[in-house]
Design a protein around this ligand. Structure first.
Ligand SMILES: Cc1cc2nc3c(=O)[nH]c(=O)nc-3n(C[C@H](O)[C@H](O)[C@H](O)COP(=O)(O)OP(=O)(O)OC[C@H]3O[C@@H](n4cnc5c(N)ncnc54)[C@H](O)[C@@H]3O)c2cc1C
Length: 455
């Protein structure tokens, strides 16, 4: 008889874990609280138009995402970002300034494009030179803000690091753990004693790699029907494989029993909690209150995306993948993707889609507004930064409460403690963006590992 697993959560993490278990011969039941599969991975498709409501791309440098596409037979249709979308911009006042070539999150890899950029003032650029002799950290976990202030100064933090990193982590840099999110910069500091030197070495290595391997394609990828094509394909595979798929079924409690697990009256040999850590905490409260406390310590921020659809003549769209807005600008808008530039062919030729981000650790209070007021405030910010005439032809707002895990200082230690307790409960696996990486490929890698470990 095949072993039975219950997977709690039908986002991309839960669906991947369930499919990997099914491939290994398990019989699986998936419990999803909501009325649709995919979790935050949602794509809205109407004739001629594809709108991403949650995530919109997979980073190519993390192999688990690409491997999943290959295993699902979706790799033949992989698309890269449009030729006009290989750079991004940062807002300063009412202007959008291009991120200089070679800049990587916190620091420039090429000196001259950065020197001539006006993202940082001249005094701010001089302060950044202190990186060449700044003291090295003492090895303790440090916040992004403390690290950047120490090495590059306050302006580099406020105008560069905070907005660039916020586009990924929607985080408060004063709380974000550098070791848990961008250890490569700590490594640069250790190896080169300087980020500027480390970035130059990185740029050189990349240039020689590019020469060796021909033209480099964009860092991000998707599939033609949007990312929900991945979760749709997973659901289809699971269905064909005989999985028991239950929507509108929130799990309330998972407890170990007689060598297996009980979940709300169902029994199984293993249980995978593929939810945000705070939701897993509630389900595991009876099984291990200590584990539940640790899970609940992982903070989450809420975000929303707003897709604005315009006729092409209404908007002078920048030639960029999008732009980020420093918190110091005091706007409601956090970031904006120029979706029609980033993913050409997903909307009629005469259409422009701007996809705005709102919320996150520093801007969560804006989400208390109702849809109409939030949309109006974001549109006002967009009009300030871009020439926009008239009203959008369509607006689609998607709210994602407590969806973005915040890797605060001490995160690595916290997760090590969680993994230790997980191991003490045989048959339990935790998968999600609260643990070892916030992106889809990270969650998929955890799902792969969970299925392998349980089998
Ligand atoms: C707006 C936005 C943009 C993003 N952009 C990107 C991007 O471009 N690229 C990228 O790689 N990552 C991106 N991310 C992050 C990435 O999307 C997530 O980390 C990933 O999708 C999380 O998948 P998951 O399955 O772990 O969780 P989720 O998608 O949150 O799914 C968890 C599921 O568990 C269900 N659930 C919770 N509790 C219970 C319960 N008790 N019983 C049953 N079901 C339950 C929920 O209803 C939900 O469906 C983005 C995230 C957001 C919100």
């Amino acid at each position: 008889m095949s072993r039975r697993a219950i997977v709690i959560g039908g986002g991309i993490g839960g669906l991947t874990a369930a499919w990997r278990l099914q491939q290994r011969g398990w019989s699986v039941t998936i419990l999803e609280a909501g009325d649709r599969w995919g979790g935050v991975t949602q794509t809205r498709r109407t004739p001629g138009m594809t709108l991403e409501l949650g995530p919109d791309s997979l980073i190519r440098t993390k192999p688990a995402g690409l491997q999943l596409l290959k295993d699902l037979g979706l790799d033949g249709g992989i698309i890269g970002t449009g030729a006009d979308a290989r750079s991004s911009m940062i807002a300063r006042g009412r202007r959008l300034l291009r991120v200089p070539d070679g800049l990587y999150l916190l620091a420039p890899g090429r000196i001259w494009p950065f020197v001539w950029s006006s993202i940082i003032s001249w005094p701010g650029k001089f302060v950044m030179l202190k990186d060449l002799w700044a003291r090295t950290g003492n090895g303790a976990d440090e916040s992004l803000a403390s690290f950047v202030r120490r090495r590059l100064g306050r302006e580099a933090l406020e105008r560069l690091a905070q907005p660039m990193v916020s586009g990924i982590y929607t985080a408060d840099p004063e709380r974000l753990s550098l070791a848990a999110t961008m250890p490569q910069f700590l490594e640069m500091e250790r190896t080169h004693g300087s980020l500027l030197k480390g970035m130059r070495a990185r740029a050189k290595a990349e240039a020689s790699h590019a020469n060796a391997s021909g033209p480099r394609y964009g860092l991000f990828m998707s599939v033609p029907g949007g990312l929900a094509s991945i979760t749709d394909a997973l659901v289809e595979r699971l269905r064909v494989g005989g999985a028991d798929l239950r929507l509108n079924t929130p799990a309330t409690s998972a407890t170990p029993s007689a060598g297996g697990w009980q979940v709300d009256g169902l029994t199984a040999d293993a249980v995978v909690c593929a939810q945000p850590a705070w939701a897993a905490a509630a389900v595991l409260e009876d099984a291990d209150p200590n584990l539940a406390t640790r899970l609940a310590e992982i903070a989450y921020a809420s975000v929303a995306t707003i897709n604005f659809v315009f006729a092409k003549h209404q908007v002078a769209e920048p030639k960029a993948a999008g732009f980020v807005v420093p918190a110091i600008e005091g706007r409601v808008l956090l970031a904006c993707t120029c979706a029609t530039r980033k993913w050409p062919g997903r909307a009629p030729e005469d259409t422009v889609i701007l996809r705005a981000f709102v919320g996150g650790a520093l801007h969560g209070h804006h989400l208390e507004r109702d849809d109409a007021s939030l949309t109006a405030a974001v549109l006002a910010d967009l009009r300030d930064l871009l020439p926009i005439h008239g009203e959008p032809t369509e607006v689609v707002i998607s709210r994602w409460p407590r969806a973005m895990a915040q890797y605060e200082v001490g995160h690595l230690e916290r997760v090590a403690g969680i993994r230790q307790r997980e191991q003490a409960l045989p048959g339990l696996a935790l998968v999600g963006n609260g643990y070892e990486g916030v992106g889809i490929p990270d969650v998929v890698a955890q799902a792969d590992a969970a299925a392998a470990r349980l089998s």
